[in-house]
Design a binder for this molecule. Structure first.
Ligand code: SF4
Ligand code: SF4
Length: 194
């Protein structure tokens, strides 16, 4: 498969997203409600996706990430229907987590980009879910480090330049979100720095 994210760019993405998002350990909020495991680190519940370059880069530096075996029909279908450049992976779990080994999906959760019809990133929004899926969802803007927000927006912008398919995907997701919120008569926060 063609390499679109160079090693230099992978290191840059990691640097950008390594800035602290919050100044507390949010795992302490959700883990007690989930048998001691932070919900987003529950590999059976949230299947981590790595870009194929990202997976290869981590594998060249150890065996932290492994390909996720399709344990059931739902995961198999999910993998079959998604982009071929994703690698569904599993990590050793929170006990063996290393900050330097986290994936881009780990470092961007619980946010995703909200994108205009012509592909401009309008800011970050919470992924679809609520407090029961992530204790950060719904928290106010002041919770987050503005430098992290700016860096994550830079990350998505640069990633879209390399993977226009991702931009297209988020354009569609953003329209779905707008329609969903309109139906529910709910507003949603868009996090940006200016
Ligand atoms: S990001 Fe959300 S789900 Fe993940 S550890 Fe923090 S509160 Fe829990
Ligand atoms: S790499 Fe760390 S942060 Fe990411 S899912 Fe695994 S345990 Fe959680």
């Amino acid at each position: 498969m063609k390499t679109r994210i160079t090693e230099k760019q992978l290191r840059r993405f990691h640097r950008l997203l390594s800035v602290k998002m919050i100044d507390f350990n949010c795992g302490e909020l959700c883990a007690p409600k989930n048998g001691g495991v932070p919900i987003c680190c529950e590999n059976d519940y949230v299947v981590p996706i790595l870009f194929h370059e990202e997976f290869k880069w981590h594998r060249n530096n150890g065996k932290f990430w492994k390909r996720m075996p399709p344990k059931n029909r739902t995961i198999r279908k999910f993998i079959d229907e998604s982009e071929s450049y994703y690698v569904y992976s599993q990590c050793p779990g929170p006990e063996g987590c290393k900050r330097s080994k986290r994936s881009f999906t780990c470092m961007t959760f619980p946010f995703e980009p909200h994108v205009s019809r012509n592909g401009d990133i309008l800011g970050l929004v919470y992924v679809n879910g609520d407090k029961s899926t992530c204790s950060l969802i719904g928290r106010p803007r002041k919770t987050y480090n503005p430098v992290y927000i700016a860096n994550a927006i830079k990350f998505w912008k640069e990633l879209f330049a390399l993977y226009p398919e991702e931009q297209e995907l988020y354009i569609q997701e953003s329209r779905k979100r707008e329609n969903r919120k309109k139906r529910q008569r709910k507003r949603f926060s868009i996090f940006k720095t200016v």
